[in-house]
Design a protein around this ligand. Structure first.
Ligand code: AMP
Ligand code: MN
Ligand code: MN
Ligand code: MN
Length: 287
């Protein structure tokens, strides 16, 4: 079989600036070891890791600006990846600041709830200390719950306390899907719906979402991910075609402890797909 002539890319991963285990510099070093040529660091609702990642990348790989925004659509929380935008864009920076404010309030509220329902003390302060940030996401709370013996593992901590419907889940006024898309595009970037199969939606619901996503200016769907089964691949192909979307992809790497996936573990786009980088504006144009 011929070796794919697709560039080696990974447009979805996390550092310690959100809920990853590696610093931005360590993440870039790992990407280089694994032959990644184009990397987007997509931390949750923050641009804080980009400068360190860019410095570590220097001219050894192309660090494409990225972010994973938490957004609201109907009654759900979804994830919107933005790629190849201008990180200095004022409107985008204002949105990120608002998302961070919402994250701080949410984290404090989760802390108060866990103080009560998990019988812990000063949960928020302890999670701030272990994460080194004032707006820690749920995985940091899950890790504390595991260490304190309130959950067997991260998954159990989510199921028992942190996922929607559980006692420490805090509904949060994230930016609306359409506003997130608009701001990413105003900043010159490309709006990608992250991991479409991870929302537990029926095919019908997913198509409803993609109708709204495309109407709001959403351009790409994250279909190039590890572990997609054949029926899932067919559904994703159908979605790309029916909604005229570009194909993006990434590992969603968070930690070397995730033994089943690694940075850069991203299948190349199939010949029938249009890769997301076709929509990248200068200076982020790729082959
Ligand atoms: P947050 O940004 O605070 O809403 O946290 C979302 C993050 O938690 C996701 O990006 C995943 O990294 C992680 N996560 C979500 N659901 C689970 C789960 N069931 N088990 C383990 N980690 C999860
Ligand atoms: Mn995460
Ligand atoms: Mn996500
Ligand atoms: Mn992610």
């Amino acid at each position: 079989m011929p070796v794919s002539d697709s560039p080696r890319f990974d447009f979805h991963c996390h550092s310690r600036a959100s809920d990853g285990d590696l610093t931005p510099a360590e993440l870039v070093a790992r990407a280089l070891e694994r032959g990644v040529e184009y990397l987007a660091l997509t931390d949750h609702d923050t641009l804080a890791g980009l400068a360190e990642a860019r410095a570590a990348a220097a001219d050894r790989l192309t660090l494409v600006p990225g972010i994973e925004l938490s957004v609201r659509w109907q009654t759900r929380e979804l994830h919107l990846v933005g790629l190849a935008f201008d990180p200095d864009h004022a409107g985008l920076q204002a949105l990120v600041a608002a998302q961070q404010d919402a994250r701080v309030l949410r984290a404090r509220s989760m802390g108060r709830r866990l103080d009560k329902v998990a019988g812990l003390a000063n949960t928020y302060e302890r999670v701030v200390a272990r994460s080194g940030q004032d707006a820690p996401g749920r995985p940091w709370f899950a890790a504390l719950l595991v260490d304190e013996g309130r959950a067997r593992d991260m998954q159990h901590a989510f199921n028992r306390f942190l996922r929607p419907g559980q006692s420490a889940f805090v509904a949060t006024p994230w930016v609306l899907l359409e506003d997130g898309i608009r701001v990413i595009r105003e900043a010159g970037g490309v709006a990608v719906l992250a991991h479409p199969l991870r929302y537990g939606m029926t095919r019908r619901k997913l198509r409803q979402l993609l109708t709204d996503f495309a109407a709001a200016g959403g351009q790409a769907l994250e279909v190039l991910t590890p572990g997609v089964t054949e029926p899932q691949r067919q559904l994703l192909d159908e979605c790309l075609r029916d909604f005229g979307l570009l194909a993006s992809g990434g590992s969603d790497f968070h930690s070397p402890r995730q033994k089943w996936l690694d940075l850069g573990q991203v299948p190349p786009p199939a010949p029938a797909m249009t890769p997301v980088w076709r929509a990248f504006a200068p200076p982020w144009q790729m082959a």
